[in-house]
Design a protein around this ligand. Sequence first.
Ligand SMILES: Cc1cc2nc3c(=O)[nH]c(=O)nc-3n(C[C@H](O)[C@H](O)[C@H](O)COP(=O)(O)O)c2cc1C
Length: 174
Amino acid sequence: MDKSASLTGREAFFEDDEIIVSKTDLKGHITYANDVFLKIAGYTEAEVLGKPHSLIRHPHMPRCVFKLLWDTIAGGDEIFAYVVNRCKNGDHYWVLAHVTPSRNTNGDIIGYHSNRRVPDRKIIEGTITPLYEQLRKKEESFDNRKEGMNAAFNDITELLESKGVAYDEFIATL
Ligand SMILES: Cc1cc2nc3c(=O)[nH]c(=O)nc-3n(C[C@H](O)[C@H](O)[C@H](O)COP(=O)(O)O)c2cc1C
């Protein structure tokens, strides 16, 4: 089924003092989700545990953002990213996610951890929504999904180069 068919276009919100938390294994399968996660996404714990995190993927998210996320965390670094997620009922919610690798005592990466807070509305509306729309259009202009993702990824790289900043700095100074 095309999941986008059941999107409501309605935005869901969580509180400024709430943190949405989930943890995954190395492949991105959910190993932990806190109550705030379950409440806003509209799932029970049993419905999310063991599932790929793409369970809550929203079709408006550009693929290249997830490529950047995975390249960064698999390389051992942390990343901040604005993400729109899909609730079980088709609503959506925006977050500012901080995703980090979790390590064992030997320093090996054994999974990943994401903490998400309420994002700044002005940044979502003024910068992120138009940027993601542009990236998604670029991706959809290719027949081949991977080629589209790489082309949009190049667009992000060029945008950062034109501003003379690294991704972290770009996000931190929005
Ligand atoms: C710790 C962690 C948290 C993640 N959180 C989300 C999330 O909230 N929403 C989301 O769509 N993808 C999230 N992802 C990325 C997904 O694993 C996946 O790459 C993404 O949904 C794209 O899925 P697709 O490649 O099947 O389209 C997370 C990954 C990790 C490791």
